[in-house]
Design a protein around this ligand. Structure first.
Ligand SMILES: [Zn+2]
Length: 424
C-alpha cells in the first residue's frame, strides 16, 4: 500500500502497530523538521509493519514490491519455497503482513486464511533466522465473537447490509431464516429495517469468516419478525433426531420452518438486483393467475414445499414447466424454464432445485412464472406464506430456550441502537 519507505512512513503506520512496541514511533512524534527526523531515525534500527492483499497474478517480486521490500535474497527464497508458492501465489485476496527492517529487508511474513468449516485457520510464517529463511504452516483454532448490527432498507437488502458493513453470507442467512414468512424478492418495502447478531470467526484477531446468525429481527411493512438460533441441548448428541442440528425459532419458541417457502428463487445478490421487487403489483396475479419473478436465464428455481412432481415437460404458453403436487392438495407451477431437473412422479423436497429460469413458451424475456393452485383454483402465491406447520420447542427445553430468548431480546435492542450511533 505504501509507495515508498522512509522516516515518515513510520509515523503513518503507527495505528497499525499499536500492539507492537516500537520505540521509534514515539520518537517520531516529536515535531522535528524532516531532515532532523531522518537523522534521528537513521541512528536507530527500526521495523516497519505492512500489510497487503495477494492478487491472483502475484509473483514473489510483485508482492514484495507492494510491501515496500527490496530484498533479492527474500524474493529468491519465496519463489523457490513450495509452501509459500502454494499458499500465496495464484490466490487473490489473502491478507499478508510483513515485518520489514529499516533497510527494506524482509524479517518476517505472515498470512492467515480459513477455507473450510473446521473452526480452524492456517497461519503461514516465513522468518529470517541466522541460518537463512525458514517457513512453516501452523493450524490454530478460530475464535468466535458476536457482532451487532442493523440497517434500514432504502433500495435493497444488500445495499442496506453493505452500508452496515455486514457480509453477504449474513444477508443471505437473514433472507433464508425468514424464507417461510417474507418473500424477499417481492415483499420488501422502503423503510423496512433489521437488527442482527451474528458470529464472526477470527484468527489472531483478524476477521476470517462470518459465522451463523444468532438472532435477527426484521420489520417488513410494519410487521415484526424475530428469530433466534436454538439447539435443544437434550438432543444435541442424538444424530437420528432432526432437532439435533438446531434451527431458528420465534422468541416465544415456535419453529420458523414453514411447509412452504415464500419465494421459488433463492435469495442472492444477483436475484435481488431487480427494481421490480420494490414495486410489486400486488394484484398482478389476478391478471394472469400467477406472479412473475424477474431473473436471468440459468438462475436456480427451487421447489417451495415437499411434494411430488405431477408434470414435467413442455406445455403451450408455459414452455418448459414443472407442476408439483403438495400434501394439502395444492399445486405449485414453475414455468418458462430454460432447464428442467426433475421427472414426473419424483418426490421433491422443499428448497430442492427443480430447474432454471428461462424464456421458453409465450414470453418476451427470461423470467419465472409461478402459480399456486388449491383444488384447481388459482390463489395469490403471497398467501402461501401464511400456511405454516409450526413446531414448538419441547417442554423440557423451554426453560433453556427462554434464557436464550431473553438474551436475544437484549442483544437485538442493543443491535438496533448500533444503527442510531452510526447515523447520528
Ligand atoms: Zn407470468
Amino acid at each position: 500500500m505504501l509507495a515508498s519507505a522512509g522516516g515518515l512512513a513510520v509515523a503513518a503506520l503507527a495505528p497499525d502497530v499499536s500492539d507492537q512496541p516500537v520505540q521509534q514511533v514515539l520518537e517520531s512524534v516529536q515535531p522535528l523538521a524532516l531532515s532532523q527526523q531522518n537523522e534521528v531515525l537513521e541512528n536507530h534500527a527500526f521495523r516497519l509493519y505492512r500489510s497487503e492483499q495477494t492478487r491472483s497474478t502475484d509473483s514473489a517480486d510483485s508482492l514484495l514490491r507492494r510491501l515496500g521490500i527490496d530484498d533479492p535474497a527474500a524474493a529468491a527464497y519465496l519463489r523457490s519455497n513450495e509452501l509459500v508458492r502454494q499458499s500465496l501465489f495464484g490466490r487473490a485476496g489473502r491478507n499478508v503482513r510483513a515485518e520489514v527492517s529499516d533497510d527494506s529487508a524482509l524479517l518476517k511474513l505472515y498470512a492467515r486464511w480459513s477455507t473450510d468449516d473446521s473452526g480452524m485457520f492456517k497461519r503461514l510464517v516465513v522468518e529470517k533466522t541466522v541460518s537463512g529463511f525458514s517457513t512453516r504452516i501452523e493450524t490454530a483454532p478460530l475464535t468466535r465473537s458476536s457482532k451487532l448490527s442493523s440497517g434500514t432498507i432504502q433500495s435493497s437488502l444488500f445495499a442496506a447490509t453493505d452500508d452496515a458493513g455486514i457480509p453477504d453470507s449474513v444477508a443471505v442467512q437473514i433472507a433464508e431464516i425468514f424464507a417461510g414468512d417474507i418473500d424477499f424478492h417481492r415483499a420488501l418495502r422502503k423503510g423496512d429495517r433489521f437488527s442482527v447478531v451474528y458470529e464472526t470467526l477470527e484468527g489472531d484477531g483478524e476477521p476470517m469468516r462470518s459465522g451463523r446468525v444468532l438472532s435477527v429481527e426484521f420489520v417488513n411493512n410494519g410487521k415484526v419478525y424475530q428469530a433466534t438460533w436454538f439447539r435443544d441441548p437434550s438432543v444435541a448428541q442424538d444424530t437420528r433426531n432432526e432437532r439435533n442440528k438446531g434451527g431458528y425459532f420465534t422468541l416465544d419458541g415456535q419453529s420458523l420452518k414453514r411447509s412452504f417457502l415464500a419465494s421459488p428463487l433463492e435469495f442472492s445478490r444477483v436475484t435481488s438486483g431487480f427494481k421490480t421487487r420494490f414495486h410489486p403489483v400486488l394484484k398482478q396475479w389476478r391478471a394472469h393467475q400467477g406472479v412473475d419473478y424477474a431473473g436471468t436465464t440459468g438462475t436456480a428455481v427451487r421447489n417451495v414445499g415437499d411434494g411430488v412432481v405431477e408434470f414435467s415437460g413442455v406445455q403451450n404458453g408455459y414452455g418448459n414447466v414443472v407442476f408439483v403436487g403438495h400434501r394439502d392438495k395444492s399445486t405449485t407451477v414453475y414455468a418458462h424454464l430454460s432447464r428442467i431437473d426433475v421427472k414426473r412422479g419424483q418426490s421433491v423436497g422443499q428448497g430442492q432445485v427443480i430447474g432454471a429460469v428461462g424464456a421458453t413458451g409465450r414470453v418476451t424475456g427470461p423470467h419465472l412464472h409461478f402459480e399456486y393452485r388449491v383444488n384447481g383454483n388459482y390463489k395469490d402465491p403471497l398467501t402461501i406464506t401464511r400456511l405454516s406447520e409450526s413446531v414448538s420447542v419441547s417442554v423440557a427445553a423451554k426453560p433453556t430456550f427462554d434464557r436464550v430468548a431473553t438474551d436475544a431480546r437484549l442483544l437485538l435492542s442493543a443491535a438496533a441502537s448500533v444503527r442510531k450511533v452510526n447515523t447520528e
